[in-house]
Write a new protein. Sequence first.
Length: 95
Amino acid sequence: MEPTNFNEATRPEDFPDGQLALESEMNSIHANHTWDLVELRKNRRALLCHWVYRLKQTTDSISPKYKAKIVAKGFQQEYGVDFDEVFSPIVKITT
C-alpha cells in the first residue's frame, strides 16, 4: 500500500525504503540545481509543496521500487510576478 503522507512514508514498517526515496529526490534536486533560494519579496508568500509517494513494480524484480517526488502547487503562481520561465522535467519524444 502506498503512503499518503510524510509520516507514513518515513516509517520503515509502512514504507521500508521511504527515507531513501526522499533523500534520493532531494539529492537529485540539488544536483540538477532545480531551485534557487531567493529572498521572498514583501507581501508575497512561498509556494506550498507536497510529497507524492509511489510503489513502482519493475518487470525483472519481485520487490517494488519506492519513489518519492516533491511537487510545488504551481497553480498559486502568477506569470511575470512569481516566474518568467517554464521548466518541464519530463520530455516525451512522441509528443
